[in-house]
Write a protein that binds this ligand. Structure first.
Ligand code: SAH
Ligand code: SF4
Length: 409
C-alpha cells in the first residue's frame, strides 16, 4: 500500500500460488472464502454454508485436507481438492535452543525465506511472527536490517506461521469444541488445558506498519472467535515508529502496542533508528499519547535496547522517565540486552549498567524489567533473525544502509 507522506519502499511482486492453479484459502477473509467458493461455481446459499464449515476446519481444527472435513458431503470433497488448497509455509530448517526456544526457517512459494520463533515460558508460550522478508529499515543494531532483499509477506503467509506453529506444537483441539468471543480472554474454550501458544508478538522480521493491510488481515483472522480465537490482549505489535500508521493500527487492529524507542535524544536515535530522521521523538510520543485503547490497564511498551556507551547512561534513564511523564504516557519499559550478530557495530551494556538503568526507571514508578535473552545459541533472539546467514563486510553493510536511507526519502 502507499503510505501518505512516505515512499513505499517495498516491492511486493507477484507470488506464485503454492497449489499451482488452485487457490490457497489461508489468509482470505471469511467473506473471501465464500466469494472464492461462489466464483468456483457454488450457488450463494451453498457457498455461505461451506465457507463457514471450511473456516472452522482450517482455523479451529487445523485441518489441511478437504477429505478430513467430515461434515462436508463426501462427493463435494474431491471438487474442493481440485480447486483449492489449505497451504502451509515450507519448513527449510527447525532449530531448538538449549533454553527451549524454537526457530523455524520458512520458505514461501516463491522461495523467499523468513523466520519465526516460539518462546516457551512457565505461564505462556509466545510466537514471534515475521511481517516481511527482511526489512526496509536499517536500525544499526538489528541483523534483519542488513538484509537487502525485501518483500511484504501476505496475510496468508503471516497467519500461516501461526497455523504451522500449532501443527508443530501438536495442539489443535481434538473432539468437538465451541468457538468463543474474540474479546474474551478465555476464547476458544480449549485454552485452559495445555494450550502452548498463548501469545503472539509481531516482532519477527520486518516492520509491520509498512505492511499494514496484510498484517491487519492476518491478525483479524487470528482473533476471529470461530478460529484461532486469540484475544487482542494477547497480541502485541511492535513498530520502530511509523507515526502515520499508528492511529490506524489502534483503531483497526486494536492489539497492544510496543514501540522501539531505544534512544532519548535526536542525535542518538537518528543514528541507531534512522527512521527517526523522518519521524522524530516528539511526533512519535505524541502518536503514542493518542494511541487508541492505551490506558493504565493496557500500557504501551517502550522497547529499549541496551548498547554499551551509546544509550545506557543514568542521564539517558532520567530523560526517558521525563519524556514518559511529559507526554503522560501509560507506559512500561522493556529493556533488551543487545543481542550480538556477526559484524554488529555495538556491544551489550554490562549487567550492572543494565540493572542501574532499570532501577532508575523503577524508582520513578515505571516498570522497567530486563528481557531475558532467549534462543541466542540458535540466533533466535530479538534482532538476530536473518534468513541468509552470510557475513557482509563493513563496507557492504554501509552500502545497504545508505541505499535504504535514500529509499526512505
Ligand atoms: N520492526 C519492528 C519489530 C521487530 S524487532 C520494530 O523494530 O519494532 C523486535 C525488537 O527487537 C525491536 O524493539 C527491535 O528494535 C529489537 N532489536 C533489534 N535488533 C536487536 C538486537 N540486536 N538486540 C536486541 N534487540 C534488538
Ligand atoms: Fe526493521 Fe525492526 Fe530491525 Fe529496525 S529493528 S531494522 S524496523 S526489523
Amino acid at each position: 500500500m502507499q503510505i501518505p507522506g512516505h515512499i513505499d519502499p517495498v516491492t511486493t511482486g507477484t507470488v506464485p500460488l503454492r497449489g499451482g492453479n488452485r487457490v490457497d484459502l489461508v489468509g482470505l477473509t471469511r467473506e473471501g472464502v465464500r466469494a472464492a467458493l461462489e466464483e468456483a461455481g457454488l450457488d450463494a446459499k451453498a457457498a455461505k454454508l461451506r465457507a463457514k464449515q471450511i473456516w472452522h476446519w482450517i482455523y479451529h481444527r487445523g485441518v489441511t485436507d478437504f477429505d478430513a472435513m467430515t461434515d462436508i458431503a463426501k462427493a463435494m470433497r474431491p471438487w474442493l481438492t481440485e480447486r483449492f488448497i489449505v497451504g502451509r509455509p515450507t519448513v527449510r530448517e527447525a532449530q531448538l535452543s538449549n533454553d527451549g526456544t524454537r526457530k523455524w526457517l520458512l520458505a514461501a512459494a516463491d522461495g523467499q525465506e523468513y523466520e519465526m520463533v516460539f518462546i516457551p515460558d512457565a505461564d505462556r508460550g509466545t510466537l514471534c511472527v515475521s511481517s516481511q522478508v527482511g526489512c526496509t529499515l536499517n536500525c544499526r543494531f538489528c541483523h534483519t536490517g542488513t538484509m537487502r532483499l525485501v518483500r511484504n509477506l501476505s496475510a496468508g503467509e503471516i497467519v500461516g506461521q501461526v497455523l504451522l506453529a500449532r501443527d508443530a506444537l501438536g495442539e489443535w483441539p481434538k473432539g468437538n469444541m465451541a468457538g468463543g468471543d474474540q474479546d474474551d480472554d478465555e476464547a476458544g474454550h480449549y485454552t485452559a488445558d495445555g494450550r502452548m501458544l498463548t501469545n503472539i508478538v509481531m516482532m519477527g522480521m520486518g516492520e509491520p506498519l509498512y505492511n499494514f493491510d496484510e498484517v491487519k488481515g492476518a491478525l483479524k483472522i487470528v482473533m476471529d472467535g470461530d478460529g484461532l480465537a486469540l484475544s487482542k490482549r494477547r497480541i502485541t505489535l511492535s513498530t520502530s515508529g511509523v507515526v502515520p500508521m499508528m492511529a490506524r493500527a489502534g483503531e483497526e487492529i486494536g492489539v497492544n502496542l510496543a514501540v522501539s524507542l531505544h534512544a532519548v535524544s535526536k542525535e542518538i536515535r537518528d543514528e541507531i533508528v534512522p527512521l527517526n530522521r523522518k519521524y522524530g521523538i516528539e511526533e512519535l510520543l505524541e502518536a503514542c499519547a493518542a494511541y487508541p485503547g492505551a490506558n493504565n490497564a493496557r500500557r504501551i511498551t517502550f522497547e529499549y535496547v541496551m548498547l554499551k556507551d551509546k544509550n545506557d547512561s543514568d542521564a539517558d534513564a532520567r530523560e526517558l522517565v521525563r519524556l514518559i511523564k511529559q507526554y503522560r504516557l501509560p507506559a512500561k519499559v522493556n529493556l533488551i540486552p543487545f543481542n550480538p550478530w556477526p559484524g554488529a557495530p555495538y556491544e551489550c551494556s554490562s549487567p550492572e549498567r543494565v540493572r542501574a538503568f532499570s532501577n532508575l526507571i523503577f524508582e520513578a514508578g515505571i516498570s522497567a524489567p530486563v528481557r531475558t535473552p532467549r534462543g541466542r545459541d540458535i540466533m533466535a533472539a530479538c534482532g538476530q533473525l536473518k534468513s541468509a546467514a552470510t557475513r557482509p563486510s563493513r563496507a557492504e553493510l554501509d552500502r545497504i544502509a545508505a541505499e535504504k536511507q535514500a529509499a526512505l526519502g
